[in-house]
Write a protein that binds this ligand. Structure first.
Ligand code: CO8
Length: 256
């Protein structure tokens, strides 16, 4: 059985990290599986949005595989480009939803933050416990978490290694919605299908514009947004979306 299983629900691509015996810890095989599948869905015209979730009952992803890392030297880590490859997840253009069903720790929390939307089950737990292992986060935990929830909370989590539950994660701005465990996938699929039903050009530039807010000044970001807004008037989907509103009917987007 593949460590990253893929399936589709209409125009939504679903990836399940499937190493429940290791709480879905990320080894090189998982990195290959995730990156390949996400890039394949990104390139697939039939797919409009993706979901990443964890297999089994307990975990989304409990971090990088500690057993695979424990004996590595500095040079192994420095020369091991495989671990760096994971950041390719942030370069795809279609939205990715993290459906967090349990532990999202260390690299697992960081993968959730590489996604565009985080929907959590009431049982989800988030944290950056690397300090307990004598290291620090390495896939963006100190940077994305600080931007997502602010310095006070990020420092607390990174320095104490404590976990936060779904409620605290939502209050802090890491999670966009919390749902009962049994409705997690249904909710994530519904959200992904809603996104996939909109015009792809608008969806893709919307993702780009929101992400730009993390990278740039307000003035530059506002200009970037305005230029993208104008650019959508070159699409057929804009004409269709506005005509459908005026004619009081559902739009039929052509992704053009
Ligand atoms: N790596 C490897 N195996 C793991 C991991 C992991 N991260 N997490 C859990 N497992 C394994 C356990 O070893 C155990 O295996 P076994 O049955 O063979 O002993 C199995 O999964 C079940 O786990 P537990 O028995 O520990 O389950 P509990 O319910 O008692 O505890 C916890 C669950 C609290 C989630 C606990 O497993 C835990 O603390 N796990 C480790 C969490 C952690 O520290 N994560 C951070 C890892 S470091 C990291 O992610 C850095 C990423 C940055 C890389 C940057 C590269 C550039």
């Amino acid at each position: 059985m593949a460590v990253v299983e893929t399936r589709t629900e209409g125009d939504v691509g679903i990836l399940t990290v499937n190493r429940p015996e290791a709480l879905n810890a990320v080894n090189d095989e998982v990195i290959d599986g995730l990156v390949e599948a996400v890039e394949a869905f990104d390139a697939d015209e039939r797919i409009g949005a993706m979901i990443i979730t964890g297999g089994g009952e307990k975990a989304f992803i409990a971090g990088a595989d500690i057993k695979a890392m424990s004996e590595r030297s500095y040079m192994d880590m420095f020369m091991n480009s495989k671990m760096n490859e994971l950041t390719r997840l942030t370069r795809v253009r279609k939205p990715i939803i993290a459906a967090v069903n349990g532990f999202a720790l260390g690299g697992g929390c960081e993968i959730a933050m590489m996604c565009d939307l985080v929907i959590a089950s009431e049982k989800a737990k988030f944290g950056q416990p690397e300090i307990r292992l004598g290291v620090i986060p390495g896939w963006g935990g100190t940077q994305r978490l600080t931007r997502a929830i602010g310095k006070a909370k990020a420092m607390d989590l990174v320095l104490t290694g404590r976990m936060m539950d779904a409620q605290e994660a939502e209050r802090s701005g890491l999670v966009s919605r919390i749902v009962p465990p049994e409705s997690l996938m249904e909710t994530a699929i519904e959200a992904a299908q809603a996104i996939a039903g909109f015009g792809r050009p608008a969806v893709m530039v919307a993702k780009e514009a929101v992400n730009r807010a993390q990278e740039t000044t307000l003035a530059e970001g506002l200009l970037f947004e305005q230029r993208l807004f104008y650019s959508l008037f070159a699409t057929e989907d804009q004409k269709e979306g506005m005509a459908a509103f005026i004619e009081k009917r559902q739009p039929s987007f052509k992704n053009k």
